[in-house]
Design a protein around this ligand. Structure first.
Ligand SMILES: C[S@@+](CC[C@H](N)C(=O)[O-])C[C@H]1O[C@@H](n2cnc3c(N)ncnc32)[C@H](O)[C@@H]1O
Length: 242
């Protein structure tokens, strides 16, 4: 697919997933493309690629304002190195930056999980930018008691904490829309090319999001026996491989 048709397909699919609804809260975790100073995609990123990526320009071009209510909240994950780009995307989608939540990746014993990467410093945090649009856009009452830090253990590549959903549901009104979702979730409309079927097919942490312990509880609210069967088969293959 050409670059333009890939971009057009993303716009079309996003609008189709929203199916005319206007959402009061949007959560987005874009597939950021890391580029080096010459504008080339970082080679180590290509080598480790787990999914297709998008340019900041294409992410900015997604018609998010068209699928949100007049008054709405946006939660946008952004890697530390791309903070300026994150703020640009938030503005391009029609939101005003207000504050952020910090995800602190910790080990089982609660200490900082230093297995991350970082050219200048070893990253153990990630930012969830918070922006609003429209009038009376304050968070719900529990939001004002909510501290702006989440401390949880890392799971597979790019996987964000499930606690984020519960936090958002407490602090912001529905209907809820997730962009670039990996898996379904009750009470949320989801969009993303891995939103239907997702299973990490690379060696990763035992507590990854699709492991038995994880999906027995609150994580992906997948339904349907065919799907369960497929997951079991994939899981078996996965554990035989690693
Ligand atoms: C950073 S990951 C999201 C991770 C997710 N929040 C989680 O916690 O597992 C970005 C997702 O965007 C998807 N994606 C990449 N390009 C896309 C496109 N053009 N249209 C829709 N989804 C895309 C990727 O396949 C990947 O699932």
């Amino acid at each position: 697919m050409s670059k333009t048709s890939e971009k057009d397909a993303a716009v079309r699919d996003l609008l189709a997933a929203a199916s005319g609804q206007k959402f009061s809260t949007v959560l987005a975790d874009p597939p950021w493309r890391f580029e080096n100073r010459t504008g080339k995609m970082a080679p180590e990123h290509k080598r480790l690629a787990r999914y297709g990526t998008m340019t900041v320009e294409d992410i900015c071009g997604l018609p998010v304002a068209a699928i949100t209510a007049e008054t709405a909240h946006l939660y946008l994950w952004v890697p530390n190195a791309l903070l300026p780009e994150g703020l640009a995307v938030l503005a391009a989608w029609g939101f005003t930056y207000k504050t952020n939540l910090v995800w602190h990746k910790v080990r089982k014993d609660g200490g900082p999980d230093g297995r991350g990467v970082g050219f200048y410093f070893r990253n153990t945090t990630e930012l969830l930018l918070f922006g609003v649009r429209g009038k009376n856009a304050r968070t719900l009452a529990p939001g004002r008691r909510q501290v702006n830090i989440l401390r949880t253990m890392k799971r597979e590549h790019s996987r964000k904490p499930d606690e984020t959903y519960e936090l958002i549901e407490r602090c912001s009104s529905g209907p809820y829309f997730e962009m670039f979702a990996r898996g379904k979730r009750e009470s949320w409309t989801v969009w993303g090319d891995q939103s239907e079927d997702y299973f990490p097919d690379w060696p990763t942490y035992a507590n990854h999001s699709q492991s038995q312990s994880a999906d027995s509880a609150t994580t992906n609210q997948r339904t349907g026996s065919d799907h369960q069967l497929k997951l079991l088969q994939e899981r078996r293959r996965y554990f035989n491989d690693v």
